[in-house]
Design a protein around this ligand. Structure first.
Ligand code: SAH
Length: 348
């Protein structure tokens, strides 16, 4: 019999399960609170449950708990990067960033990725599997436990494509924001996608309060086809239509990510084209100097060219900021730590 993954269950599902075990109605709330508010890692810590129930829960299921395979702390800005090992031995990355307004956690949604963006390290080994809701929740809980810090906001911008793991991500968000759980408002959550248009429409129907982030990275199909294979399935025009529909239906301003790659998408004509593309859309552009990934051979442009790109967008009426880099001394680009650890393991 497969074991039950308790941490992936909503309160309603847990109520049904414990009801079937013949438990009184209040038990589910107790277990849920231990898992998601107190965030314990063992049944033995659930001290208000009868011993017999603790034993039965342990026999029939498990609590997802990540092992810390590696932890790096930036000397420059205190950014903490975790390589977490999952029950099946796979590893994922989670990054805790400290800002004045609170700590932000960047979490992974899949082991690997199949989107194939050619500047990204996460996709080099392809997709291994989706993360479960409990594995995503445990990224948050383990990061809090291991750092002693409270997580105030979450970005789904680590390894993986969240809209390619739609149902588990939705279940994760439901548990994360539940008042009986960690109770984190979705206003403090950003979900980033490379542009899976069908997923954007599915997300739109949920009318969640989260911020949708689009990894655009190119102002036209010619460049985007070269760097992001997803563009061959959903081109720039289709993506932009989905974004406009998303805003119309949800009223939530969209955030666009644009990684500046020297000589590829950072020329003055690219800024002009990007401004024209986004004209009239309530949005914000995050410019990110591309993180050079060894296998990819891309370089970032000069500091001046990045500033020029930003100024040009602003002049054309597009709200744009250059993202402050954090953790540059600890290999913070997504997928790089996991990849380095895998390569070391192969060499052993
Ligand atoms: N799959 C999702 C979320 C994960 S990637 C998405 O594509 O949005 C998080 C962000 O980092 C994306 O905007 C992605 O394009 C960007 N990114 C990936 N590799 C990068 C690199 N080498 N330099 C800068 N940004 C990168």
């Amino acid at each position: 019999m497969t074991k039950i993954d308790y941490k992936s269950l909503t309160l309603g599902e847990l109520k049904t399960l414990l009801g079937e075990m013949g438990q009184p109605a209040f038990r589910a709330g107790q277990v849920y609170s231990w898992l998601h508010q107190k965030q314990v890692t063992s049944f033995e810590e659930m001290t208000n449950l009868p011993q017999a129930l603790r034993d039965r829960l342990a026999q029939e299921g498990y609590i997802t708990v990540h092992k810390v395979a590696r932890k790096l702390v930036s000397k420059l800005d205190g950014t903490q990067k975790f390589l977490f090992q999952l029950r099946d031995g796979n590893c994922i990355e989670t990054v805790l960033m400290k800002y004045k307004h609170g700590n932000s956690l960047c979490i992974s949604s899949q082991v690997g990725c199949r989107m194939g963006c050619n500047f990204c390290a996460s996709t080099l080994g392809g997709l291994v599997r989706n993360l479960t809701p409990s594995e995503m929740l445990e990224e948050v809980y383990a990061a809090q436990r291991e750092s002693g810090e409270k997580v105030a906001s979450i970005v789904l911008m680590g390894i993986g494509e969240p809209l390619d793991n739609f149902d588990n991500v939705m279940q994760f968000l439901e548990i994360l924001s539940s008042p009986e759980g960690m109770n984190l408002s979705l206003r403090h959550v950003s979900l980033s996608t490379c542009g899976l248009v069908d997923g954007i429409y599915k997300l739109m129907e949920k009318k969640l309060q989260l911020t949708l982030s689009i990894s655009l990275h190119a102002p036209n199909d010619e460049i985007r086809n070269r760097t992001m294979p997803v563009n061959k399935k959903y081109n720039v025009a289709e993506l932009m239509k989905a974004c406009r529909d998303y805003f119309r239906v949800t009223g939530r301003r969209i955030s666009f990510e644009y990684a500046l790659i020297g000589g590829v998408n950072d020329r003055p004509q690219d800024a002009k084209e990007l401004a024209a593309l986004l004209k009239g859309m309530p949005c914000h552009v995050n410019l990110i100097p591309v993180n050079p990934v060894k296998e990819r051979g891309y370089q970032r442009g000069s500091r001046e060219s990045i500033a020029r790109f930003q100024q040009q967008l602003e002049k054309l009426g597009i709200n744009a900021t250059v993202r402050r880099e954090l953790g540059s001394d600890i290999n913070a680009a997504c997928g790089q730590l996991r990849r380095a650890a895998e390569q070391e393991a192969q060499q052993r």
